[in-house]
Design a protein. Sequence first.
Length: 240
Amino acid sequence: MTLIDARNMPRHVGIIMDGNGRWASQRDEPRSEGHRAGSRAVRRIVRLARRIGIEALTLYAFSFQNWARPEDEVSALMVLLQEYLLSEREDILGNGIRLAAVGELDQLPPEVRGVLEPLCRESQPNDRMTLTLALSYGGQEEIASAARALAKDYAEGRIALADIDAKALGERIPSQRVGEPDLIIRTGGETRLSNFLLFGSAYAELFFSDRLWPEFSDEDFFTAIASYQRRQRRFGQVVS
Ligand code: IPE
Ligand code: IPE
Ligand code: MG
């Protein structure tokens, strides 16, 4: 905690939680055990983020492309997601966390939607931190559906052609409701975005960690924030 400056916190942090499978292989365990360990790390990092005053945390939990993984892995992930939502319910409601979800949510199994949707609704008045889960989420898919919404608004006379700009598109992108991410962290050693927050990441600071997600520690999170705080953000401008 002493590493970081409380006056210069990233407002919105996104995390690409990668490396669960490799964590499990290193232990000769099935990939589902890696995801189980990953969900323990989620609990820990969510609590930490709330405690240190992060306003918005967006976690990449399951990509649109992840549906193509083996069926048993996908169903293990869905069970873990359901368990996470059930076990964290009181913590979310009692600690001022507003839960939101972005992605192609109608593809999620009914058991997951049955716990996700009421919790999002009930936690809506909370305002200490917004926790957004990116589920069945793809940045390209999200931009495509915003383009579809714009086309519909144009066809039905709600928007003029000349008013279709980045702002109008952004207003139709659900992951943008909490604003653009200031810092995107990816664990697991890969240095790519893998379809995460493509629209909002335009000027995000990126931090790549070799740590596998289940081992991403509180200290690693502070290190990422400290790195963010050493950077000068210019947004294409000249800063003296
Ligand atoms: C990230 O870990 C979790 C999800 C994608 C759901 P992975 O499962 O991608 O783990 P690796 O990258 O294979 O180690
Ligand atoms: C990104 O990780 C998705 C999540 C962390 C949920 P992947 O493991 O799916 O990404 P690639 O395949 O390495 O690009
Ligand atoms: Mg991976």
